[in-house]
Design a protein around this ligand. Sequence first.
Ligand SMILES: [Zn+2]
Ligand SMILES: [Zn+2]
Length: 358
Amino acid sequence: MDPSTASNKSFILEKPKSVTYADRPVPKLSSPHDVLVAVNYTGICGSDVHYWHHGAIGHFVVKDPMVLGHESAGTVVAVGDSVTTLQKGDRVALEPGYPCRRCEPCLAGKYNLCPEMRFAATPPHDGTLTGFWAAPADFCYKLPDHVSTQEGALVEPLAVAVHIVRQAAVSPGQSVVVMGAGPVGLLCAAVAKAFGATKVCSVDIVDSKLEFAKSFSSTHTYASQRISAEENAENIKRAIGQPGGADVVIDASGAEPSIQTSLHTVRMGGTYVQGGMGKPDITFPIMALCLKEVTAKGSFRYGSGDYRLAVELLASGKVDVKKLISDVVAFEQAEEAFKKVAEGKVIKILIAGPNEKQ
Ligand SMILES: [Zn+2]
Ligand SMILES: [Zn+2]
């Protein structure tokens, strides 16, 4: 595809609930280590929908029109002079955040914590719902021939799950409870299983999501009831046959009652990881954390090796993301696609790039 003649139509958030399409200039390679990628497919993430509704997440506030999207895969159309790892025509998953590579977290190998991070569709940085995307070659991951570009767009949420499960240090034979059966929760369950967990229980309030979880990779499911966190936790432990609690509990929901249930579900000396984002402050069962000597960790985006492992999990068939793709729509239907995600009607919807033939 020739970037000089193709469309660089972009899907732009102007202000909360107001989106538009506009042709933006095709990005230039800013370094000899960069490549230019024609974006083929982009998944919609909860964070995109949140910006669309509210124009802000925490202290990230959309002040100027911003291109949405960050879960993309595409095809390399130009490479900088110093690029040795990729060539034109390679299909790649795009890691959409670029750290400074110089600060303390970067040098310590925790580049997801870089304060200078430039992350797609996080203001003031534009996202990937556009025709062409320029990126450092080492943040573009070549897809094997048997992995489709559509699957490649799912590498982003899969990398989020890989990071969470690595934070939890899930090991063979463990029992893992995942609160929330949205895309990231489902992928956490799948990754935990790939890491050797023998019991993986998905918890949600929506029965249809649990049914899907069971067909995807969870060995157990539990539908949360309108009862206390302690009672829900007892039911979960009974459901998985672990009266002492689960080795690992991952919250991929961000919901206060789920977080409370997590702390009552984890075993003595177990591990709890917070992956989902919800209210910034909640009532937290800190006594349970203390008395059970729980290891508690946060998890933010993805870091060293997470994307690479996500691609390997796809390539080896250990995680089958194809099942998560509910629909693929043309670029011009981006707004309708956002509405469907907001209504919770789909698991993962992909938007084709503006130059993609449908
Ligand atoms: Zn995302
Ligand atoms: Zn840095």
